[in-house]
Design a protein around this ligand. Structure first.
Ligand code: SAM
Length: 472
């Protein structure tokens, strides 16, 4: 029985509710009157239910689809302005006891090189990341209680936060590790993590069990209820995601939104982010084996419909996607992207020989962080290295209320400009720096409050004179 408040995965991700929603969407996909009503509701910027959003996703009316894309772009501008937050993944260990059939880290893969970073190696990786200009990381690790126990992850987090190389600092560590216990989530919270990220992979239980035939990840309920345990452990910024290509995208879309509705209903706070990875080629993995791959048009529509359904939730696109694809979907609601990423263990310090790869998947966007920063600015976006919210305690519902209050322009906007300025001073190439300086000059006037604008101007001057780490 469907119940978004329930703490049982079968009830908040109810299979028949998804099937009925998809049937309803199919029956109404070209119902112009209903679509207009849904779009009118989306314009209120309070979000849509999974059923309403499913209709928009299925709609094939050209004019309505154009409205969907235009509204997604507008909502993104209203809530996130033209800022794009940058981060990089850091792979700690690819030891894994699971059997995920789409992932090259699966336990039976004998020809991938298995690696686990020592604290000394982490230090070197972090220095390399700081020297690129990164301030925010997403930690990645396989699931292996012997090789990568929670104590190892906690030690890595401590090491990462402790490294201060030149003007560098990692100010926010997000964590993407396997579902774990409330006690371990509490430990992660105490270690000062930002967002806890866990991709559902697929919401379709039967497929999930086949795609995860062995290992602890096989347990659908334990995996699907992980965010509830994370919330219970005090982590109120959680990041959802689906690995698109494994199951029918319409099913996943409804499941993803139901998961968001569940978090809102049960804990009063929706997901902090949603990631939309698509399956990629990797050692031992041929993405063509999975017959639910989605084309770029469908992918763009998915991003736009997620934006309309959950306007306050950040959306993340990784370097799994190409420059061209990122350039397209960034308009429709993406708020964070990774840049300069390596998906191998130790890959920031030492590029690996092909035959000894520990990579998780092929990266499509291989540009450097400097190139990505310049490209964003040339496309009228402000690259942001801001990590202020969580450091100021604005997590969970406090972040959401900042979003809803419309005060983001007096807070996130100056923070983005100040952290961009740091990047330009410390890491940018001369041509990126010159594009950036003009952008800051043009954008500083868009801070509405006089007092905030003046403080930001003073801080920009201070950064030029060598000071760092200002925030609102
Ligand atoms: N081991 C953790 C877990 O089980 O959730 C998370 C870390 S894993 C390194 C991060 C994510 O990479 C997975 O959740 C999966 O969605 C994604 N992934 C795995 N194989 C992939 C592939 N071939 N292409 C694209 N993404 C992949």
């Amino acid at each position: 029985m469907y119940n978004p408040k329930s703490l049982k995965s079968d009830e908040f991700i109810d299979h028949s509710e998804i099937l009925e929603s998809l049937e309803y969407a199919e029956a109404n996909k070209n119902n112009a009157k209903l679509i207009d009503e849904i779009l009118a509701k989306a314009r209120l910027r309070k979000g849509l239910s999974h059923r309403e959003a499913a209709i928009l996703l299925d709609c094939t009316l050209e004019d309505k689809n154009q409205e969907i894309f235009a509204l997604a772009e507008q909502i993104k501008k209203d809530f996130y302005g033209n800022r794009i937050v940058l981060f990089a993944p850091l792979y700690l260990s690819n030891y894994c006891i699971n059997g995920c059939v789409y992932c090259p880290y699966h336990a039976k893969n004998k020809h991938i090189a298995r690696k686990k970073l020592t604290q000394e190696e982490i230090k070197r990786e972090v220095i390399a990341l700081q020297d690129m200009g990164h301030k925010r990381l997403a930690l990645e690790a396989g699931e292996d209680p012997i090789n990568n126990p929670i104590e190892y992850i906690l030690e890595c987090i401590d090491t990462i936060y402790s490294i201060k190389h030149k003007n560098g600092a990692i100010r926010r560590v997000n964590v993407n590790i396997a579902a774990t216990t409330v006690e371990n989530y509490r430990k992660l919270k105490d270690a000062g993590i930002g967002t806890y990220i866990l991709f559902q992979e697929t919401y379709h239980k039967e497929s999930y069990e086949k795609l995860h035939p062995t290992g602890p990840k096989h347990d659908y309920a334990y995996h699907t209820e992980a965010m509830d345990r994370a919330m219970e452990g005090g982590i109120d910024d959680v990041g959802l995601g689906v690995l698109f290509g494994l199951e029918l995208y319409r099913y996943e879309f409804a499941g993803l939104l139901m998961h968001a509705e569940h978090l809102e209903a049960a804990f009063g706070v929706g997901p902090h982010t949603i990631s939309v990875p698509r399956i990629k080629r990797a050692d031992d993995i041929d993405p063509d084996v999975f017959d639910n791959g989605i084309d770029d048009d469908t992918f763009a529509k998915l991003v736009a419909c997620i934006r309309l359904a959950v306007p306050y939730t950040g959306m993340i696109i990784s370097t799994r996607e190409s420059k061209e694809c990122r350039e397209r979907v960034i308009h429709y609601g993406v708020s964070q992207i990774s840049g300069g990423s390596r998906t191998s263990v130790g890959g920031y310090c030492e590029p690996e020989p092909e035959d000894e790869s520990s990579e998780q998947f092929d990266v499509s966007d291989k540009r450097t962080l400097n190139e990505i920063v310049k490209w964003l600015m040339e496309n009228d976006y402000i690259p942001s290295f801001c990590t202020a919210c969580y450091r100021e305690g604005r997590t969970g519902d406090r972040f959401m209320s900042l979003c809803k209050s419309g005060q983001i322009q007096n807070c996130c906007h100056p923070n983005a400009l100040m952290t961009l300025k740091e990047y330009l001073e410390d890491y940018a190439s001369p041509d990126t720096k010159s594009v950036g300086e003009s952008l800051i000059k043009a954008e500083i006037g868009n801070i509405p409050k006089d007092k905030v604008r003046q403080i930001a101007l003073d801080n920009l001057a201070n950064i030029e004179n060598g000071s760092r780490d200002f925030r609102f």
